[in-house]
Write a protein that binds this ligand. Sequence first.
Ligand code: FES
Length: 160
Amino acid sequence: MGAAPKAIEPAETQVPRRQFLMWLSSVGVVGSALAAIFSTFVFMKPRATYGQPNRFRIGRPEEFPTGARIAIDTKRVCIVRDGDKLAAISTTCTHLGCIVAPSATGFHCPCHGSQFDVDGNVTGGPAPKALPWYLVTITPSGELEVDKDTEIQMGTYLSV
Ligand code: FES
């Protein structure tokens, strides 16, 4: 005859269950803490986009023939070339920010009728100040680069 099965003592079954529940609640607490920390860092990381970069390339100087006044509306800038001089003038109206268009006398704003001369000086309408000029440089690869973060004095051209 074999030995009779040993009776399981109640204390032996209770301890592992208690340990398991403690382990399970510890995992829950630690998991919640990690999730909270992770969400905090995700929240702190900025998700905003700030639009187009303010420094961009527009092509080579030979793409802008002398006498050209070429508006690049997506960049809100007008490239002006006069002989071997080249400049970038803002096409953002200084009244309420509409895009001005080159006209026979300079620039015209379609929104409220402001007028600017070829250099961007206000000649009519509600615009409070002239159109800014931006720094233009030539990159090592020979392309023109406009920096809209750097305003320069009106009438300051790049020699090309
Ligand atoms: S936005 Fe140009 S005149 Fe008002």
